[in-house]
Design a protein around this ligand. Structure first.
Ligand code: SF4
Length: 97
């Protein structure tokens, strides 16, 4: 996965999109502070570890001031790497817990 300034590129995109919202100015997004929690399963990473990370990431999303806008964007953009995005984790959604 490509990264920019230590963040996955989609996190940078998210920041641009959210800052472009009228009268909406967010501080650092939770996923910018802890991108490691949102990442897909790493090679050799135990499944239980992914589940723990993704649950923590989903909890961060629920407190994110940009959740609604992020959820709208996630409806039209693919999530090919099965990362946590807009409070959803494909791993958790599949019930692989
Ligand atoms: S809802 Fe989650 S993925 Fe979306 S900007 Fe906020 S922390 Fe990041």
């Amino acid at each position: 996965m490509s990264e920019h300034d230590g963040h996955p590129e989609w996190v940078d995109l998210m920041e641009v999109v959210l800052r472009g919202q009228p009268k909406f100015d967010v501080g650092p997004l939770p996923c910018q502070n802890r991108p490691d929690l949102f990442d897909p399963q790493d090679w050799g990473e135990p499944h239980e570890a992914v589940v723990r990370r993704h649950r923590a990431a989903v909890t961060l999303c629920k407190s994110c001031p940009g959740l609604d806008q992020c959820a709208e964007l996630s409806k039209v953009e693919p999530n090919p790497h099965s990362m946590v995005w807009a409070g959803r984790s494909p791993v958790l959604d599949r019930g692989e817990t």
